[in-house]
Design a protein. Structure first.
Length: 430
C-alpha cells in the first residue's frame, strides 16, 4: 500500500503554482465532444479524475493527444459509442457530464450511475428533471441512466429545487443546441459553472447569466472547435493557503484568480491568516495565534464545502471553540475520527462539528476518507509533532497534482512510500 510519511513541524516557505480547476476540467473535457471540430484545452490538471475521463473519451472514439504537460488536443468527430458502462462510470463522479454532452450531440445517451467520493447521498434527480423538461425521456434501469430525445430537445423554463453544480452544468450542456430558448433558475454560481459557459460560448453557444441565479440560453445549431485554457483551481489554492497558515510559514501562491478566492481568504483571515491578494498571486503567512471561527458552508459565493476539512485543521489548533455547519453533504465529517487520533478535540452531530482547539497535534497513522479529507490529513501531519502516515492516497490523487512534489518544494518533510503491504495503516518506527 502506498502512503505518505510526514515529519511535521516545518513551516512551509517558498512559491507554489496552482493547476487547472478539477471541477471545471471534468466538465469541459466531456463538453469538447459537442464541437464539430477539434479542441485544444490548456491548463488541464494532471490528476487521476482527468486521466479516467480521458481514458473514457478515448474508448468512445475521441482522438486524445497530449501536446504538452497540461495541454490536450481532443477531436470528437469520430465519436461512435454512446454507452458508458458501470465499470467506467463508477470510477468518478463527473461521468454524469457525458449524459448532457451526448444528449446534445446524438439526441441520446446511456451512462451508468456515477461514483465519486462518499460525501453522502448524491442523487441526480435534478439532472434528470432538467433533461425531461427539455423533452428527453429518461429511465433508470439496473443502475444505467438512459436518455432519449430522438424527437429533438426543446428549450424550456426549468427551476431547480436545489442548487446543484452538476445539474446546472448538465442542463447547460443539454440545452445549448436545444431548439429555442431555455431559462435555468436557482442555478449554481461556482467559478467552474462560469468556465463551462465561457468555453461553450466560445464554441458558438449563446449562454447568458452564468455566475448569477438565472442562466438564459438561446439554442444554436452548431458548435465549433476552440482553444481554451481552464481556470485555476480555487480549492487547490485554498488548500495551500490553509497549509501555509497552519504551519506558520510564508508562501507565495501563483496562478490564482483572486476573485474566486474572496470567501476562502476572508474566512481564513478570521482564523489568523495574513493574506495579501495580488493580481495573479497570494502572499500568505500567519498573523499570530490561530483563532476559533464559526463556519457554515453554502453554495458559491458562500464558503465552499470542499474547503471544510482543510479549514478545520486550522480550527483544531485555534484558541477557543468553533462550530462548523455543513450545508451540502451529510458525510463531510467522516474524517473526524482520523483527526481525533492526532489529538484534535472534534465532536460531530450530523452536519455540525464542534471543534475545541488544542495546543498541538501529534503524528499518527490516519486514512484519507475522501479527497479533501486527505488534504486535511496532510496539513494536520505537516503541523503535528512526530510522524504522521496518511493512507488512502487514491483519493488525494483524484484532485491534487503532484501534491508531494509541491509540498517538498516548500520545505515539507514528506515522502510517498510503498510499504509493501496490501493495506493497513502501520506506523514505521521513526
Ligand atoms: C460538485 C463538486 C463537489 C462539490 C459539490 C458542491 C464536481 C465534480 N464536484 O459536486 O466537489 O463538493 O459540487 O459544491 O464538480 N443534489 C440533489 N439532486 C441532484 C443533484 C444534487 O439532491 O440531482 C444535492 C446533493 O445531494 C447535495 C447538493 O445537491 O446535497 C449539492 O450537490 P451538487 O452541487 O450537485 O454536487 P456535485 O455536482 O455532485
Amino acid at each position: 500500500m502506498e502512503k505518505l510519511v510526514i515529519r511535521g513541524g516545518r513551516p512551509l516557505q517558498g512559491i507554489v503554482s496552482i493547476g487547472g480547476a478539477k471541477n471545471a476540467a471534468v466538465a469541459i473535457l466531456p463538453a469538447t465532444i459537442m464541437a464539430d471540430g477539434p479542441c485544444v484545452i490548456d491548463n488541464v490538471p494532471d490528476i487521476s479524475d482527468v486521466h479516467i475521463l480521458l481514458e473514457i473519451m478515448s474508448s468512445m472514439g475521441v482522438v486524445v493527444r497530449k501536446d504538452a504537460p497540461h495541454t490536450y488536443y481532443l477531436d470528437g468527430r469520430g465519436l461512435v459509442s454512446s454507452v458508458i458502462e458501470h465499470e467506467e462510470a463508477r470510477r468518478m463522479r463527473a461521468s454524469y457530464y457525458f449524459l448532457g454532452a451526448m444528449l446534445s450531440k446524438f439526441g441520446k445517451a446511456a451512462v451508468a450511475l456515477p461514483g465519486g467520493c462518499n460525501l453522502g447521498a448524491r442523487p441526480i434527480d435534478q439532472h434528470l428533471k432538467a433533461f425531461a423538461a427539455l423533452g428527453c425521456e429518461t429511465t433508470v434501469d439496473h443502475g444505467m441512466v438512459y436518455c432519449d430525445a430522438s424527437h429533438g430537445l426543446k428549450g424550456a423554463h426549468i427551476i431547480f429545487d436545489i442548487v446543484s453544480v452538476g445539474a446546472t452544468i448538465n442542463a447547460m450542456l443539454a440545452a445549448v443546441k436545444a431548439e429555442g430558448r431555455t431559462v435555468l433558475q436557482s442555478v449554481a454560481k461556482e467559478p467552474h459553472v462560469v468556465d463551462v459557459a465561457n468555453i461553450l460560448n466560445m464554441m458558438g453557444a449563446d449562454i447568458r447569466g452564468a455566475g448569477t441565479d438565472t442562466i438564459k440560453i438561446n439554442g444554436v445549431k452548431h458548435l465549433r472547435g476552440v482553444d481554451y485554457a481552464i481556470i485555476p483551481d480555487q480549492i487547490e489554492a485554498g488548500t495551500f493557503i490553509a497549509a501555509a497558515v497552519a504551519t506558520g510559514g510564508y508562501v507565495r501562491i501563483d496562478n490564482i484568480t483572486p476573485k474566486h478566492l474572496e470567501t476562502i481568504v476572508s474566512r481564513i483571515r478570521e482564523m489568523g491568516g495574513e493574506i495579501t491578494l495580488d493580481e495573479e498571486c497570494a502572499y500568505v503567512r500567519r498573523r499570530g495565534p490561530l483563532l476559533a471561527t464559526n463556519l457554515r458552508t453554502m453554495p458559491h459565493p458562500g464558503f465552499p464545502t470542499d474547503m471544510v476539512p482543510q479549514a478545520t485543521v486550522l480550527l483544531a489548533l485555534a484558541e477557543g471553540t468553533s462550530v462548523v455547519q455543513e450545508g451540502i453533504w451529510s458525510n463531510r465529517f467522516r474524517y473526524a475520527d482520523e483527526l481525533r487520533r492526532m489529538g484534535a478535540r472534534f465532536t460531530v452531530d450530523g452536519k455540525t462539528a464542534i471543534i475545541s482547539g488544542v495546543d498541538s497535534l501529534s503524528g499518527a497513522p490516519v486514512a484519507s476518507t475522501d479527497l479533501r479529507a486527505g488534504a486535511a490529513m496532510v496539513i494536520a501531519g505537516l503541523c503535528a509533532k512526530g510522524v504522521t502516515e496518511v493512507g488512502g492516497l487514491e483519493y488525494i490523487d483524484r484532485g491534487y497534482e503532484n501534491f508531494v512534489g509541491k509540498l517538498k518544494a516548500l520545505g515539507a518533510d514528506i515522502e510517498r512510500i510503498d510499504d509493501g503491504t496490501d493495506g493497513g495503516l502501520l506506523v514505521r518506527e521513526a
